[in-house]
Design a protein around this ligand. Structure first.
Ligand code: MEV
Length: 331
C-alpha cells in the first residue's frame, strides 16, 4: 500500500526572531512543494530515499527508529516517524521517498515540510483521521526534539498553507485573506544555520535585554500594522514596513553584507521595500515592488550577486497528491 503527500515551503514576511519570544509573525506558504511517497512494507524495515539530499537507500530496523546517529537528510523524517509510532503504533515497515521542488539551501523549510508530509502520509495510510492541529502539534514536537528551538511558523505554513498571522507555538494561526502579492525573492548564495542564528540572538538578548526586548516589541507593532496594511492592499506602506523590519533585523545583527547589497539594490531601482526573510546570516531576501518595476528590481538583485527565484505565495497546505494505492497479488 502506498500514498503520496505534498506540503509547501515557506517564506517569512514579517516578524522573524521576535516570534521565537512570543511575538507575532506573518508567513506565506510558497508554490514550491516537498513531495513524499510512503510505502508500507511487510518487513520491519525503515528505508529512506531522498536523492536531493544525497540519501540513497538509508535503512535500519523499525525498532531502531530515532536511536543512534542519523544523517542530516533523514533526521526529521526518522524522528517524525518515531513520534508517530509512539502515538499511533505503526507497523510493520515503511519506505519513504522524498523529492523537493526547491533546494534545501534556500531556507524554504524543507525539514518542516518533509516532517508534515511523513506524518500526514502515515496517518492516511493507517486510516487515522488526523486533524490539522494534531498534525501541527506532532510535527512541531518533532522539530523541537531535533532543533530544541524554533517558533513552529514553518510547520504551520506547511500544514495550513496560505498567508498566516502566527503566534509562537501555534497559539494563534490566523489565515489572512490575501492572495496575489508578488515578491521578488533573491537567494544570497549561502545557507543560513537557523539554530545558530537563534542562539546568536539569544546571546545578544542575554547581554542587552532591554534593548533587544524593545526591538522585539517594535517588530511586533510593525507586524500587526503590516497585517492590516496587507489586508487593505496598501502595498506601498507594506514595503515601508518591510524596510523598518529590516532595520531592526540589522540591529539584531542577523543581516549580512550580501543581503544588505541585494536589499539596497532592489530599493534603489524602485522597490517599495525589501528585507531579509528567515533567520538571516544567509538564505533569501524579499522585495515588494510595483509591477512595472518588477523586472528592474530582479535585474538589480542579480547584479548585486543574488539568484532570483520565481515564487508564488499563499500556496495550498499539506495535501494528498495520490490516494492510497493497494497492491493486490495477481490471481
Ligand atoms: C527562521 O526562519 C525564523 C526564526 O524566527 C526562527 C523561528 O521562528 O523558528 C529566526
Amino acid at each position: 500500500m502506498n500514498i503520496t503527500v505534498s506540503a509547501p515551503g515557506k517564506l517569512m514576511l514579517f516578524g522573524e526572531h521576535a516570534v521565537v519570544y512570543g511575538y507575532p509573525c506573518i508567513v506565506t506558504a510558497v508554490g514550491q512543494r516537498m513531495r513524499t511517497t510512503v510505502d508500507l512494507l511487510d518487513t520491519p524495515d525503515f528505508i529512506v530515499d531522498a536523492q536531493d539530499v544525497d540519501i540513497i537507500s538509508y535503512k535500519k530496523k523499525m525498532t531502531e527508529l530515532g536511536i543512534g546517529a542519523m544523517p542530516k537528510g533523514v533526521q526529521f523524517v526518522e524522528i517524525a516517524l518515531a513520534n508517530f509510532s509512539k502515538k499511533y503504533q505503526l507497523q510493520p515497515g515503511i519506505h519513504i521517498t522524498m523529492t523537493s521542488e526547491f533546494s534545501s539551501q534556500f531556507g524554504f523549510g524543507s525539514s518542516s515540510a518533509s516532517t508534515v508530509c511523513v506524518i500526514q502520509a502515515c496517518a492516511a495510510l493507517m486510516g487515522i483521521n488526523i486533524s490539522k492541529k494534531e498534525l501541527f502539534d506532532l510535527s512541531y514536537q518533532t522539530v523541537l526534539d531535533i532543533q530544541k528551538t524554533g517558533s513552529g511558523f514553518d510547520v504551520a505554513a506547511a500544514v495550513y498553507g496560505g498567508i498566516l498571522y502566527y503566534l509562537t507555538g501555534g497559539k494563534v494561526i490566523e489565515p489572512l485573506a490575501i492572495k496575489n502579492i508578488s515578491f521578488v525573492v533573491g537567494y544570497s548564495g549561502s545557507k543560513s544555520d537557523t539554530p545558530a542564528m537563534i542562539a546568536d540572538v539569544a546571546w545578544k538578548r542575554e547581554r542587552e535585554k532591554v534593548k533587544v526586548e524593545r526591538i522585539f516589541e517594535a517588530i511586533a507593532t510593525l507586524t500587526d500594522d503590516a497585517k492590516k496594511k496587507m489586508e487593505e492592499r496598501d502595498w506601498e506602506r507594506v514595503g515601508t514596513l518591510m524596510n523598518f523590519n529590516q532595520e531592526y533585523l540589522r540591529d539584531l545583527g542577523v543581516s549580512t553584507e550580501k543581503l544588505e547589497a541585494m536589499i539596497a539594490a532592489a530599493k534603489q531601482v524602485g522597490a517599495w521595500g525589501a528585507k531579509l526573510s528567515g533567520a538571516g546570516g544567509g538564505d533569501c531576501m524579499i522585495a515588494l515592488a510595483p509591477s512595472d518595476k518588477r523586472k528592474v528590481v530582479e535585474e538589480a538583485v542579480i547584479k548585486a550577486g543574488g539568484q532570483v527565484i520565481d515564487v508564488s505565495v499563499s500556496a495550498e497546505g499539506v495535501k494528498i497528491e495520490k490516494p492510497i494505492q493497494e497492491f493486490k497479488a495477481k490471481p
